[in-house]
Each structure stands twice: as C-alpha cells, then as structure tokens.
Design a protein around this ligand. Sequence first.
Ligand code: MN
Length: 213
Amino acid sequence: MVEANLENFQVCDRDLDAATLARYQGAEALAIDTETMGLVLGRDRLCLVQICDPSGYVTAIRIALGQREAPNLKTLLESPQSTKIFHYARFDVAQLKYTFGIATAPIFCTKIASKLARTYTSTHGLKALVQELTGIELDKSSQSSDWGNPANLSPQQLAYAANDVRYLVEMRSQLTAMLQREGRWELAERCFATLPLFVDLDIMQFKDIFEHK
Ligand code: MN
C-alpha cells in the first residue's frame, strides 16, 4: 500500500495563484484529475481539481460552492503548449467545461490509450493500469468520500487526490510506446481529438446518437 505522500504538494483555494500558473505553463505535459460530489454532470458539483507536472509537483485547487470562474486554471488548460493527461478524460473535461467554460486541449486519455493498446485485458481502471505498468498499488479507499467540504479534507483524502495524478505522466509515456509499437498511435490521436465533441454531447445530455437504436 502507498503511504500518504504529501511531499511536493500544495493546496490552494478557488484558482491557481500567478506563480503556480507560471510554473505549470512551461510544462510539456500536465496530469489533471477532478473530484466531484458524484458522477451526474449538472447535478453533482466539482469540488477539487488536481494538477501534476512531469517533476511530480501536485497542486489541489479547492473549488467553492457556486463558483463559476477560474481564470488561471482556464488559461492553463486551454494552452496549446502542454498536453493535458486524464484517466477517463470525458468525465473531467465535461465537468471543467460545464463549471468554468474551460475548453481543455490538447488531451491525452490514459483510459482510451489503455483500451486501444492493452487488448489482452478488459481491466482499464486507473488502479489496475498503475499496478501493471509501475507495480505500485494505489489506495482507492477515499474514492467515494465527501469532497464537498474542502476546508476539512482529511490527509487521506488529499493523499488519494494527489496520487490520482502522480502516475499519469508515466502512464502516458508507457502507453504511447505500446500504441506506437502496435501501430495504433494515429488512431489514439484521432480518438483524443474527438473528445471535445463527446463532452459537448454529454453536456447537452445526448446519449448514444451514434447507435442504431
Ligand atoms: Mn480522482
């Protein structure tokens, strides 16, 4: 089990401060995750946004009730300089667009990459992926917990939130190598490029419009 690791970690409120924005703006890639009150877009609010750069420096931004703007976060996530890495980007990118109007790009999704590359398994959760590719066992015990009172998040919750972004940069590089080896890198890039479309359809609550039924 991974110990609560709160090194190279800071918490800030409502938005990135200018110095942290500047620090992250130079990164080639950034890992992003969010914690929410649940999985229903529009009902369940955004509570926390976690960011990790390739050096492993994590920031958790506590989002306030009713907050509809985060200009520095928007600047960072819309910057074409850095690839934004998510595990199941469709959910987090939709939350960020719905809440703050952020059009995140460019995107790398480790779940899509895993599905295209790791066809020898049907297990594509973050825990299984990190376990296979790094040997590290993530503690997901805080996954379903109350994120709605950001001032009182426990050290366990903060460590969980930080660990959810710490391994994504490494996952991206290993999955990219697998996709290139299997001749599926271009297909993956085309999948990532369609994510904003899926996000917009999700926000409008269209379901399965590509299906026959
Ligand atoms: Mn998470």
